[in-house]
Design a protein around this ligand. Structure first.
Ligand SMILES: [Zn+2]
Length: 278
């Protein structure tokens, strides 16, 4: 972080909190220290988004999905919130931020103890019925999977894990797909997939957090997603300062509203910020 002085980036970041709590928008970069890869980061292969249309119309696709989700779940126990998630939870408890708006679906902000979490792209640990809208935890639905496919998870425990955390399981022809316990409908993860849009009521809550904040922090996001850009526009319209903490360039770097730009990891930067704010 360099020598202490008036230009110290952490001091400049901390100064943005002088007029009240800030709003925070996080992206994949905040979870890389938890072992979840950032598909948009440097050196990563291009993302191949799951096609929700294939998922809905092709049962073979759903068999592969649930088989992969079940086997991947065996190894997901090692994924835990990192110092960045924990720092944001502490900043909220101390009244320094008014909540976290996130593009991530990994549930790590809630697990770290953040109370107000706006999940723009949903939450992958929640499963919902496309017909009746009932929701269950992924763990519960995977229990139904085990009832329908006894021994399957153990048999395939050695399968390769894909970057999204699900396993690549072959031999899924005889897999029984779990369905809604209420109406028998198709179950899907409660996330916004490529080609789907952020629910307006969710975006409205995010807007409220930005409207009530004295600054907007962009943490671990390259701001490639339009919803994030719209939130920056809201901040600019109100004339509040924006700060960017990210490894690699972001589309907010050259905006006039960006007062602080820190090129660095989110875990160590947020931990340093928490210490600076005392
Ligand atoms: Zn249902």
């Amino acid at each position: 972080m360099g020598t202490k002085g008036p230009q110290d980036p952490i001091d400049a970041l901390a100064a943005l909190f002088e007029h009240g709590p800030a709003a925070v928008l996080t992206g994949a970069g905040v979870s890389t220290d938890s072992g979840i890869p950032d598909y948009r980061g440097a050196g990563m292969p291009p993302r191949t988004p799951m096609s929700i249309s294939q998922f809905m119309h092709d049962e073979a696709y759903r068999r592969r999905f649930w088989a992969g989700a079940r086997v991947g779940f065996l190894r997901s126990a090692s994924v835990a919130p990192n110092a960045g998630h924990l720092a944001l939870a502490r900043l909220e408890a101390a009244g320094r931020i008014d909540g976290v708006i996130t593009q991530n679906v990994d549930n790590l902000h809630r697990r770290a103890g953040s109370r107000t979490v706006v999940e723009l792209h949903g939450n992958g640990s929640v499963i919902r019925c496309v017909d009746c809208g009932n929701r269950w935890s992924r763990a519960e639905v995977l229990g139904w999977f085990d009832d329908l496919n006894p021994g399957f998870a153990e048999e395939h425990a050695g399968a390769e894990i894909a970057p999204d955390g699900d396993a690549r399981v072959s031999d899924t022809d005889r897999v029984e797909v779990p369905s809604c316990a209420v109406c028998g409908g198709i179950l899907r993860p409660d996330v916004v997939y490529f080609g789907e849009t952020v629910p307006p009521e969710v975006f409205a809550v995010a807007e409220t957090l930005v409207r009530d904040a004295s600054a907007l922090l962009l943490v671990g996001t390259s701001l490639a997603v339009n919803t994030g850009v719209r939130l920056v526009h809201r901040a600019e319209r109100r004339g509040i300062p924006v700060a960017v903490i990210n490894r690699g360039p972001t589309s907010a770097d050259r905006r006039e509203s960006t007062r602080v730009r820190i090129e660095g990891g989110t875990s160590e930067t947020l931990a340093a910020l928490t210490a600076a704010l005392g």
